[in-house]
Design a protein around this ligand. Structure first.
Ligand code: HEC
Ligand code: HEC
Length: 214
């Protein structure tokens, strides 16, 4: 059957199906070169080792090695207000979806991946049995939408869990899981995931360009 003999509706619906299948992939592949320019201001915090948020004090999250899909999702959350954080709301508000895709692939760099057969670092706290369905036992998110936690700052993990519990972050998946955790569990899982490998890292700064501008 030649293409010419196909009716227009059939061809159009094939185009629609094909389009729907390729679109998410095309989006996930942001433009890292454009992202580097857009992401320059982000490095003022995310490119500085041990940089802290003040009032309350906790470490700025590490983004290098994170899933770009999750970075985009987080930025959308700050933009919409689902995640409450004044600075990040200001940063995300002016960004288009494309800006987010581009900056995400730049900041994520090479996402960390699980090492087959690896053993966890330290004792595995009991609640991890629940978390591992999405975040992996080693803290590596099993899909793009599930954040990687391995090597993340423990105080930031604690902060994030506290925010899901208090409603400072409104999330249908994490809210209920965080609610089930006791204070001691939160400390234990945060410590545990922060020590797993391969680890997230602080984004490295392109020193020449950065120092030229300072
Ligand atoms: C003034 C410091 C500062 C700047 C500049 C900044 N951030 Fe942030 N960022 C933070 C802090 C603090 C948090 C943690 C907020 C919270 O508690 O939810 C955060 C959180 C995030 C998260 C969530 C990470 C996670 O693991 O959930 C992403 C993604 C992010 N920032 C991306 C960016 C991007 C992209 C830019 C630049 C356009 C940027 N940030 C600029 C301080 C900053
Ligand atoms: C069904 C899947 C699922 C399970 C199970 C799950 N999570 Fe999550 N987790 C998610 C998703 C999705 C997000 C991103 C939510 C958002 O957009 O804020 C998330 C976010 C997080 C974050 C924020 C990370 C960051 O960088 O800001 C932490 C910390 C976290 N989860 C810890 C846990 C812990 C601890 C457990 C076990 C008690 C757990 N999660 C169980 C899906 C899950």
């Amino acid at each position: 059957m030649s293409v010419r003999s196909w009716s227009y509706p059939v061809v159009l619906s094939l185009v629609a199906v094909f389009g729907a299948l390729v679109a998410p992939q095309a989006q996930a592949a942001g433009d890292a070169v454009r992202g580097k320019t857009l992401g320059y201001t982000c490095l003022g915090c995310h490119g500085v080792e041990n940089y802290k948020n003040v009032y309350p004090t906790y470490s700025v999250p590490k983004l290098s090695g994170q899933h770009p899909e999750y970075i985009v999702q987080a930025l959308k959350g700050y933009k919409s207000g689902e995640r409450g954080h004044a600075t990040m709301h200001a940063q995300a508000s002016s960004m288009s979806d494309q800006d987010m895709e581009d900056v995400a692939v730049y900041l994520a760099g090479k996402p960390v991946t699980a090492v087959a057969g690896s053993t966890p670092v330290g004792e595995v706290p009991a609640p991890v049995a629940t978390c591992q369905a999405c975040h992996g036992r080693d803290g590596i998110g099993i899909m793009g939408m599930y954040p990687t936690l391995s090597g993340q700052n423990a105080d930031y993990i604690e902060r994030a869990l506290g925010e899901y519990r208090s409603g400072g972050r409104r999330n249908g998946i994490m809210g209920p899981f965080a609610m089930q955790l006791k204070e001691a569990d939160i400390k234990a899982v945060a410590e545990y995931f922060s020590h797993q490998k391969p680890a997230l890292k602080t984004v490295s700064r392109p020193t020449s360009r950065f120092s030229a501008k300072q």
